[in-house]
Design a protein around this ligand. Sequence first.
Ligand code: NAD
Length: 489
Amino acid sequence: MPLSTTPLAQAETWRDKLFDGDWIDAPDSLEVIEPASGQPLHRVGKAGPEAVTRAVTRARDAQRDWAATPPRERAAVFHRAAALLQEQADTVARLIARETGGILAKGRHEVNEAVVLLQRAAAMPLEACGQVLPSAPGRLSLARRLPLGVIGVISPFNFPLVLSLRSVAPALAVGNAVVLKPDPRTPFAGGFAIAEVLHAAGLPKGLLHVLPGGADAGQALVEAPGVPMIAFTGSTPAGRRIGELAGKHLKKVSLELGGKNALIVCEDADLDLAVSAIAFGAYFHQGQICMATGRVLVHRSIADELTRRLADKARQLPVGDPAAGEVALGPIIDDTQLQHVKSIVDDSVAAGAALEAGGTHDGLFYAATVLSNVTPGMRAFEEEVFGPVANIIAFDDDDEAVDRVNDTDYGLSAGIISASVGRAMALGERLHTGLLHINDQTVADEVINPFGGTGASGNGTSVGGPADWEQYTHWQWVTIKDAPPPYPF
Ligand code: NAD
């Protein structure tokens, strides 16, 4: 079938279904609510532990043939999938925007990055996958990378397509099967969109399973005996539980978790550019990004002026239903998350922070908010907000700025804005983060970069680009001799 005749993003395709290579009936259903309207958007099958067990068994069977499939054939599947997604990018981006409550530009960004992930996956099967090692004469010694088997992928609601596909695509490309459990609030963006394109592109059945469900399904995946690796992206508390279980079952685990990311603005910064960077870092996708700018460290000599300009900007940013017109901020994903944001802002104001802008909401639409006089001990200083809140903290010198950035268990991203690149680089050397952006804010991911945090932001793994072979394969050492050697006994 020509790719263009395969229509994507049609809710009837997955109504009450799970995906195992075919769209299959599920015993239970989940209703997906569109955050902006509060109305039901579509209904999908709901997976529990039994569905996970079935999927793992099927995936194990399918994986053996897939690993033995010629690399060019494996590559071709991803080439076709990338082309198909590109053809229908607009339709897919619109549904992602509605399901996640994001603005359309964010939906388009996810689809564009997903196309790159598929293109890069297409390249992986044709890359070298081993090394010839020095050894004794007469013995060929090599190390080659082999797929692990069935990879369990568990992903969150905020950038679901990219955060699922960044593991699904490379894991499949190097010869694994995948059981994917997207967040139940975003099953299309985090799962079925991927199933649709890879299915239409000819991925053999049984290799990819998509099982929307809750923590019970995720836990079943972590405990399933036929799954040697879990790739988890989500909150630090859930990551800790998954890490404990993975340890108990001796599984490889990649944990990409939360953040409390600082942006340092030095006194020599261009203030208008700095304000724009802070607004993007703190407010893009309503601050629901692991790399969101959670602490804005501003040199005391410019703190008042910068706060005034940022508050002016925040008050002008339109908040509303992204489907109804041009807005900068859409809704928070659900009421639980909204209450979390609200309680952090309210508690911090009660503890002495100054509310410079925002702090109000209309339903799930929380206004772009600026807090100043934020100090250690306040919830706005300590906790990941995951909402559109810029927390301003004044500093007097570079040593104090470094201390404030590192004064957290998290270690995901940091940014530094200064007219002196040398000074910014020297500051950056002292920050404990997995990502560092000089003259930029904290939110950036090109999907081909190795992405990962330190401390409470992860377990030291990275995903993306050069890190992918390491993640989804294991080494096998192989030696070959012409004949068995004699031994002394
Ligand atoms: P969450 O941890 O509540 O959920 C993430 C996924 O894990 C969902 O699919 C959920 O159903 C599943 N899950 C939850 N508890 C589980 C358990 N005990 N066992 C197995 N699965 C379980 O996270 P969230 O609130 O939906 O997402 C936001 C969090 O994710 C934030 O902390 C954010 O910083 C983090 N995040 C990190 C990255 C990164 O790359 N470091 C990217 C995006 C989001």
